[in-house]
Ligand binder design. Structure first.
Ligand code: HEM
Length: 144
């Protein structure tokens, strides 16, 4: 996502699409010139947003540690805010403060999802039982 965003900036394609959330009023405009980078960036961002929501739903179901579940909710909030900032850069015609905030939040979001990846090993998971947590395993496994 950061690589694709950097392509938008480096090729000067930030204003290749004048509107938001649609692109030229369409979901799939012709991918010519800078539109390839700008609209491509939006499509990848939509995928990343959906994956982040899926991760939060899965962790709500499977994760016993409350702080990890809150971290996943924070990641969803960050990705929504990031999309909004991305739209604002377009609608306000790339003001420096919005572009810089968008670039900084991208890195904070990356740190959030890396933290989630590091602290949620996949093997040995069991669905989290309903009710208050009594599990003390350091990785939050539910012992059968
Ligand atoms: C997960 C969501 C997103 C991430 C992680 C992300 C990340 C990035 C990054 C890293 C850059 C390069 C910044 C730089 O090097 O200066 C960038 C640029 C840009 N992004 Fe996003 N982005 C996201 C979503 C969006 C969305 C939904 C839009 C909608 C229009 C958008 C519009 C832009 C624009 C216009 C630029 C170019 C800004 C400029 O050249 O000043 N981004 N993005």
């Amino acid at each position: 996502m950061i690589f694709v965003g950097a392509l938008v900036t480096s090729t000067g394609s930030g204003l290749a699409v004048p509107d938001w959330p649609l692109s030229f009023g369409q979901v799939f405009p012709p991918m010519v010139g800078g539109v390839l980078f700008e609209h491509g960036h939006r499509l990848v961002a939509a995928l990343v947003g959906l994956l982040t929501v899926a991760l939060m739903v899965l962790l709500t179901q499977w994760e016993s540690r409350l702080w990890v579940r809150w971290l996943a909710r924070g990641a969803v909030l960050a990705v929504l805010l990031q999309g909004t900032l991305g739209g604002m850069t377009v609608l306000l015609r790339l003001p420096l403060v919005v572009s810089v905030t968008h670039a900084c939040l991208a890195q904070a979001f990356l740190c959030l999802v890396i933290t989630l990846a590091v602290c949620t090993p996949l093997a040995g998971r069991r669905p989290r039982p309903a009710g208050p947590s009594s599990n003390s395993h350091p990785y939050g496994y539910w012992q059968p």
